[in-house]
Design a protein around this ligand. Structure first.
Ligand code: TTP
Ligand code: MG
Ligand code: MG
Length: 456
């Protein structure tokens, strides 16, 4: 066991460090041969190759890859429109409609443009930038293609979003060689088959792999050896820790903690008053590179939501309700496509002064019927919107479940079955004739009064 821990789990080679070299070695992979041509030292069997299923592939040797696409939405657009190659490219909403930047390619970033920045600011910084509207369906399609590449190497893939995933390749080493070989192959396939670049972090756990993938973007490849975790983490700023945002960073700075080394050397006595016991402990564990969360394959979406920022603040009831109904239809279509039911409904409103409220409600039983969700969303609106001008409106569903989780008696309820049929017909019409082909009640007629409910 002890020997196994002393090995570089990322590439399967003994952790030999050249004299004078830093303890953590970041490797940029060149062409690697099969790492499995190394005798398996942990099981002390010279006839066995490293990575073979020898029973010495322990939990602490698990080898995690975190893969994240570079400038994802922008890269898909450039791949589909090669005429934009070499130019600053932004994917986002229209500047005159208060759109924000979803993605900016790395050329655009040299002008200071970044995600979530207002498009108007981005275009001021770089008037020559090419601005393209987001095409979520297309990104989702490419995301599936990327996923298919991952699954050539391991079934243990946990997507985090459209453009990133954790892969546990511990069980794949015998077949494919070292984790570095696998990472290298994945990068090559993404480049050759999809015409895009990905950044990869390889480490003994998720926390470290995620930090590593981000360190040398774009086209990065960073390996954290199991025996070099501390040296890898120590010099990094605390903001590199997943979940340490600006507020936490400021608090830590207040007690002179800047680097992960500073954090590692601090005590719970200092952290607890600022973060509480649970978060304080978590921060200390992160600073030590400790993370025992497994890669959970096929983790399903936890929630589905859509929101819309209005070109001008809206206080007309019909416009607001009409927009929310349209958003509800989109969300419910995605829910049904994912073959899920939802139990929790959330309303989100951002007012003219940027203050934001989110209000949610649980259903007695989960559903995928649009009118049932819409009915509850209207109740939330009636309770929580008092006519103030609204800048952004959104809705989402969460606590998603498989249909079989639904109580059987509800399936027998006539009204519910009828509504399911209505939804399926609508989905089919949209599938065949496009998204704008059909709208219920007031989603298309924003000038109409309150939306019709379909549960009457
Ligand atoms: P990220 O992986 O965070 O960013 P990115 O792929 O654009 O760039 P990087 O090279 O730094 O990884 O997000 C993936 C996609 O998610 C991004 O291309 C667009 C979308 N996105 C938004 O729509 N809004 C946001 O605020 C962010 C951060 C991302
Ligand atoms: Mg990305
Ligand atoms: Mg990402």
């Amino acid at each position: 066991m002890a020997m196994a821990r002393r090995r570089n789990v990322a590439d399967g080679r003994p952790a030999i460090r050249p004299e004078g070299a830093p303890q953590a070695v970041r490797l940029r992979v060149t062409a690697l041969g099969k790492g499995s041509a190394i005798p398996c030292a942990p099981c002390l069997d010279p006839n066995r190759l490293w990575g073979s299923a020898c029973g010495f592939i322990y939990e602490d040797m698990s080898t995690i890859l975190h893969v994240d696409m570079d400038a994802f939405f922008a890269s898909v657009e450039i791949r589909d429109h090669p005429e934009h190659e070499g130019k600053p490219v932004i994917v986002g909403g229209r500047a005159d409609a208060r759109g924000v930047v979803a993605a900016a390619n790395y050329i655009a970033r040299t002008f200071g443009i970044h995600s979530a920045m207002p498009v108007s600011t981005a275009l001021r910084l770089c008037p020559a930038a090419v601005l393209l509207p987001p095409r979520l369906d297309r990104y989702s399609e490419v995301s599936h293609q990327i996923r298919a590449i991952f699954e050539r190497f391991t079934p243990v893939v946990e997507p985090l979003s459209l453009d990133e995933a954790f892969l546990d390749v511990s069980g794949s080493l015998a077949l494919f060689g070292s984790a570095q070989t696998i990472g290298h192959k994945i990068k090559t396939m993404i480049r050759n088959e999809l015409g895009m670049t990905a950044s990869i972090g390889i480490a003994p756990n998720k926390l470290l792999a995620k930090i590593a993938s981000d360190l040398e973007k774009p086209d990065g490849f960073v390996v954290v050896p199991a025996d070099g975790i501390q040296a890898f983490l120590d010099p990094l700023p605390v903001s590199r820790i997943w979940g340490v945002g600006r507020v936490a960073e400021r608090k830590l700075k207040g007690i002179a903690i800047h680097s992960i080394e500073d954090l590692r050397k601090t005590t719970m006595k200092q952290l607890e008053p600022l973060f509480g016991q649970k978060t304080g402990r978590h921060l200390l564990a992160c600073a030590q590179g400790v993370d025992s969360r497994p890669v959970i394959p096929d983790r399903e979406a936890k929630s589905i939501s859509h929101e819309r920022t209005f070109p001008q603040d809206v206080d007309q009831e019909d416009v607001l309700y009409g927009t929310l109904l349209g958003l509800t239809e989109q969300v419910m279509r995605r829910l049904r496509n994912a073959d899920k039911l939802a139990r929790c409904i959330e309303l989100k409103l951002r007012f003219a002064d940027f203050s934001t409220i989110t209000r949610s409600r649980h259903l007695a039983a989960p559903t995928d019927v649009t009118s049932e969700i819409w009915h509850v969303l209207q109740q939330l609106m009636q309770q929580h919107w008092n006519g103030q001008p609204v800048r952004l409106a959104g809705m989402g569903v969460s606590e998603l479940q498989h249909p079989k989780a639904r109580q059987a008696d509800l399936f027998l309820e006539k009204k519910h079955v009828h509504q399911q049929k209505v939804d399926r017909v609508e989905d089919e019409v949209r599938e065949r004739f496009g998204k704008q082909a059909i709208h219920r009640g007031s989603a298309s007629a924003t000038s109409s009064a309150k939306p019709n409910l379909h549960d009457s």
